[in-house]
Design a protein around this ligand. Sequence first.
Ligand code: 4AD
Ligand code: MG
Length: 477
Amino acid sequence: MQSRTVSQLLSQEITLTDVEIKGWVRTFRAKRFIALNDGSTINNIQCVVDFENTDETILKRITTGAAIHIKGELVKSLGKGQNVEINVTSLKILGDSNPETYPIQPKKHSFEFLRENAHLRTRTNTFSAVMRLRSALSFAIHKYFNENGFYYMHAPIITGSDAEGAGEMFKVSSLDAKNPPLTEDGKIDYTQDFFGKETNLTVSGQLEAETYAMSLGKVYTFGPTFRAENSNTSRHLAEFWMIEPEVAFMDLAGNMDLAEDFMKSVISYILEHNKEDLEFLNTRLLNEEKTKPQTERSDMSLIEKLNFVTENNFKRVSYTEAIDILRNSKPNKKKKFKYIINEWGADLQSEHERFLVEKHFKCPVILFDYPANIKAFYMRLNEDGKTVRAMDILFPGIGEIVGGAQREERLDVLKEKMAALNIPEEDLWWYLDLRKFGTAVHSGFGLGFERLVMFATGMGNIRDVIPFPRTPQNAEF
Ligand code: 4AD
Ligand code: MG
């Protein structure tokens, strides 16, 4: 007899009578009904125990969280809410779970509590659904690029370059932190370090991906990235995963087309393949909405939001147009933003981004042609001499989800920019080589994977969509 998953049995893809299954007990009631889950689906299978013929010591060990092995007969269920159930003929306890000390009780736990128990939180419905969706989205991303002629490129994790030039890097060092070797002028002597120089964890694989785009044509990275920004917000992590496609001979308009098509495609994938989990999360959110005052309720459900993104064009708006809109808007009762934009050139805050997407355009927005001085050094300078071919994609409820650009392909312009920002040419000699030998227009973008998972699951805090969140003061697991 081959062991099956709960998902297979419930979907009745197979017509079996004798079945065997392993999983964890969710609940056990009336000494008779076990709700068993094995992670393959949000649903539990009901296993009916013949309690009169089962040893009392075994019955006592069927507790929430225990791992069990069941053999039995799959029959049509007379109960509500399930088509089939298992009449248990043999039951083995694989691993006990003390009901007094097991943290995940069969009741609603707060997300804060579950964050402290991140090692067990995927035993709950919400977190198992979120993590199955995270896995499906990850697959959909690889599938999209694979089917569209991209090569998957593994960018280095330890690097000597600061791709974003924002100085938010975690240092990697083999030196004794308390007692490092010093140079004659009292500075840390990195020549004695493992790599012979200062290195850090990557903030983005973009610069390395550019080198591959300029030989393989269309590439993407999908890996962990690290930022030592001290942002204790619900949208920032110190360790997050980023997807970064990079394409040769593609300009900013092509980059926008690619990003929009890609986002629509991966969201369509889960709408098609992960219905059960999405419906579960949809209902969870609808119930949560009911507890809010009418005026604060969202006018679309989770599934409606996902469908909306796949079915409607993203609105493309230049930074300059956006600033005009923001200056002439009265965003709330106080008719003011907390941070008022007085002049062209100011960076947008998240309140502005969210106003544009949620109140003004009411759809995903691609903002482009930002002022050069608020964006990274590598972006293509426009003919006006003051804006760059940058693009940010803003999503409702999330704000910035994608950041990208057409890259500066002209050697002299790039060198000038680096000099102005005090970026030494010798640090990026290999990056400059791309502009010396066969340079060409090229573009790419970075999608924050956890922000996509937040959007797809309706979760409000980024710490709840990654298995073990890394945030300031938090690296326990
Ligand atoms: O806008 P960012 O900083 O762009 C880059 O890193 C470019 N090199 C990407 C490229 O063009 N290849 O980051 C890209 C995205 C953001 O839009 C956001 O979704 C996400 O990465 N992100 C974060 N997600 C979680 N926590 C953080 N601390 C994040 N910082 C950026
Ligand atoms: Mg950005």
